[in-house]
Design a protein around this ligand. Structure first.
Ligand code: SAH
Length: 258
């Protein structure tokens, strides 16, 4: 006997790119899906886990000229779920860290559709881990803030000065998503509350074969990004925990010995 699907969507976190960083739950959902709506930052190797007969809809920039409008994506999910399809919405990293997963869930639930969420490894976490840097450390950071460098149009955005002061006094690591194009402004405003010598790492394409990174200081952030030619998708990590990477690069033998 087959069970009828009365409209269900699974929001699946595809992780930062490396297929080996998928959860087993994510893999099973992808293999089971009959319809997949795939975001830009999801790697082809992950989409390749889908059944050959599954319908794959690219809703990121590579699917059309610009990004598919959010309302259209939500409508598409709703229609497919109501037709009884096993719908997977595949999003980069974790579905609930930026990327509008929260809005999609609200919309689907309001329409009476059951929604399941499968976590993914968020890019900020993968980026620092790939450098061997911890986000928290008893000596250097008591916590971590995931923050976007790109506000919704019309929104005043992040209060970087207040955030810098808090990060300094409470000893927090800042992990900035979507911050590369606004790096100059972010740098200027963070300098109101954090020392220019604060260590910073920028990691592009974390976990992929194309990964690149730089380590610099807050005072040099924008110029270092320009010189290295780093672009989106990148995360910027600000805080003393990053100091260890610069040290590892300067004295690799010391790190190997330790
Ligand atoms: N939900 C995603 C974030 C979506 S917002 C997550 O949890 O990772 C998109 C931003 O995420 C990018 O602009 C970039 O800042 C970051 N990002 C996504 N994938 C990345 C990767 N492989 N390497 C570095 N940054 C990445």
């Amino acid at each position: 006997m087959t069970t009828m699907n009365h409209g269900k969507v699974t929001l699946v976190g595809a992780g930062p790119g490396d297929p080996e960083l998928l959860t087993l739950k994510a893999l099973k959902a992808i293999q089971r899906a009959t319809v997949l709506l795939v975001d830009d930052l999801v790697s082809d190797e992950i989409v390749a886990f889908a059944r050959p007969e599954a319908r794959i809809v690219y809703v990121g920039k590579r699917g059309g000229c610009k990004s598919t409008p959010q309302a259209f994506i939500e409508k598409l999910m709703l229609m497919a779920a109501r037709e009884g399809e096993d719908v997977v919405r595949l999003k980069g990293g974790d579905p609930f860290i930026f990327g509008r997963g929260g809005e999609e869930v609200e919309h689907l639930r309001a329409a009476g559709i059951e929604v399941e969420i499968v976590n993914g490894i968020t890019a900020g976490l993968a980026a620092v881990t790939s450098l061997g840097v911890p986000l928290t450390h008893r000596q250097h950071a008591h916590g971590v803030v995931f923050v976007t460098g790109h506000a919704k149009p019309g929104d005043s955005g992040t209060d970087w000065k207040a955030l810098a002061a808090t990060a300094h006094s409470a000893r927090l690591t800042l992990v900035i998503y979507m911050g590369v194009s606004g790096a100059e402004r972010i740098q200027d405003e963070l300098l109101a509350g954090l020392p220019a010598a604060t260590p910073v790492a920028v990691v592009q394409n974390a976990s992929l074969a194309t990964q690149r990174h730089i380590t610099t200081t807050l005072g040099e952030l924008a110029s270092a990004i320009r010189e290295a030619g780093l672009a989106s998708p990148s995360v910027i990590v600000v805080g003393d925990v990053v100091g260890g990477v610069a040290l590892a690069a300067a004295h690799p033998e010391a790190v190997r010995a330790a």
